[in-house]
Ligand binder design. Structure first.
Ligand code: ADP
Length: 452
């Protein structure tokens, strides 16, 4: 059955809300924006067809009741949650569906299932998709010690429902495990409202490789290529690219097969990402499944020509995917740099008012942002203010274009991470594609030492 979607509420803000509006306009779909008082002048509010205030509480983007009542009042057919906020909240997805509104994402019960990383691991293990060695369910300290003994140190204590790089703690000895286990649980309880943790072997200096999946309601599941997101700080992605400079054709077939096998097993529908880490021997281990659009989706769009948000909407309408085969041939290379409102030296957030913006003029560069002079960058939200994505026929062309674009990008009134991004993109390790998930932390440490 095809339900034509003609009006969408976007339960998000910032660059992703603006990016969703862009596709809706292209498709002739009306948009409804929601905003808190601090965001009254935000770009997503200016660009949407209809806007509704959530009031003065800056955290109301998490207020399910309020958002549902706006969705009903405005008569939308569907809700697009973007990423972050309520995008992976099973209760929100269920409430949307129970209100007779289409949820642009996987079904709520699947969100609930995959929210548990240990359940995800168990399913992968049962169907023969490799996972990082470790526990197959949440553990107590006694169990953790037994498993760590077998695995050997270091191991990671991970929050079962963690996300965004938070809730991961490395322990290097039995003594540390004993000392930090309860501390880790306390931290996790406050951040994620669950005290469940599991134990995983620490893979030294892995690369983060993920597969973008599209799955429709008719059983078609395809892969749109991989993205490499190894340039990370504190387990959070900073620079992403597609294709990965290390993934061979053979490896690509293997990870596509793993990702599709997993998604078919759980009956996944809509866009999703299966994340892996790759060790230096070329072994892949599934680490988690993201049940939403990813921040770094533009690099995939640039080398495939596919608008992932459009696909999400078409899938939610009940249409069959037009492309039925996974993609193995890409058009060139794309690299994305996340620009944060932060002091590039002290690495601390830098909220404030943007007084001036000058966008890059380099060709083949896409900028996903929510910036304009006079716009407020509030301290309450993720400090991501823009993503600069450069395309090139080769990786080197994309890289040099990205540096040029970042050099031309001027944002005044607040500090941004642009200088740090340029330094990383100019490093021999990045140029040669010799990156791993510890690279940026090490890079920052040696940069600081150089400056001392
Ligand atoms: P989150 O959901 O918080 O993003 P993930 O499980 O996806 O957490 O892991 C985030 C990052 O943490 C990975 O990209 C990788 O850099 C690092 N990481 C996760 N698991 C391991 C592991 N077993 N060994 C080494 N690094 C890991």
């Amino acid at each position: 059955m095809v339900d034509r979607i003609s009006k969408i509420l976007i339960s998000n803000r910032g660059e992703i809300a603006v990016r969703i509006i862009r596709t809706c306009r292209k498709l002739g779909i009306r948009t409804v924006a929601i905003y808190t008082n601090v965001d009254a002048n935000a770009l997503h509010v200016k660009l949407a067809d209809e806007t509704y205030s959530l009031g003065s509480n800056p955290y109301s983007y998490l207020d399910i009741e309020k958002i549902i009542s706006i969705a009903k009042k405005s008569g939308v057919d569907a809700v697009h949650p973007g990423y972050g906020f309520l995008s992976e909240n099973a209760k929100f997805a269920k409430t949307v569906e129970d209100s007779g509104i289409i949820w642009i994402g996987p079904k709520w019960n699947l969100i609930e299932l995959l929210e548990s990383k240990s359940r995800t691991r168990l399913i992968a293990h049962e169907i023969g998709v490799p996972i990082v060695p470790g526990s197959l369910e949440p553990v107590s300290l006694t169990e953790a010690k037994k498993i760590a003994e077998k695995l050997g140190f270091p191991v990671l204590i991970k929050a079962d429902r963690g996300g965004g790089g938070r809730g991961i703690r490395i322990v290097r000895s039995m003594e540390e495990l004993e000392r930090l286990f309860d501390v880790a649980i306390e931290e996790i309880k406050t951040s994620f409202g669950s005290d469940k943790v599991y134990i995983e072997k620490y893979i030294p200096r892995p690369r983060h490789i993920e597969v973008q999946i599209l799955a429709d309601q008719h059983g078609n599941v395809i892969a749109l290529g991989e993205r490499e997101c190894s340039v990370q700080r504190r387990y959070q992605k900073v620079i992403e690219e597609a294709p990965s400079p290390v993934v061979t054709e053979e490896e690509r077939r293997k990870i596509y097969e793993y990702a599709i096998r997993f998604m078919k097993r759980v009956g996944y529908v809509n866009a999703g990402t299966v994340e892996f880490i790759r060790d230096d021997q070329g072994n892949y281990y599934l680490i988690e499944v993201n049940k939403r659009i990813q921040v770094e989706h533009p690099v995939t769009e640039m080398i495939t020509g596919i608008d992932i948000v459009e696909q999400q909407i078409r899938i939610a309408e009940g249409r069959e995917l037009e492309i039925k085969e996974s993609i193995y041939r890409f058009n060139g290379h794309a690299i994305e740099a996340r620009v944060y409102a932060e002091d590039p030296e002290k690495l601390l957030p830098s909220p404030g008012t943007v007084t001036w913006v000058e966008f890059p003029k380099t060709e083949h560069v896409r900028i996903d942002h929510a910036l304009a002079p006079g716009i407020e960058i509030p301290p309450y939200y993720d400090p991501l203010i823009a993503k600069v994505i450069a395309w090139g026929r080769t990786r080197e062309e994309a890289r040099t274009r990205l540096i040029k674009a970042l050099t031309e990008f001027k944002v005044e009134g607040i500090k941004t991470s642009i200088p740090l991004l340029i330094d990383v993109l100019s490093s021999p390790e990045f140029i040669e594609g010799r990156v791993h998930t510890e690279f940026m932390n090490e890079f920052i440490r040696s940069r600081m030492q150089r400056k001392e």
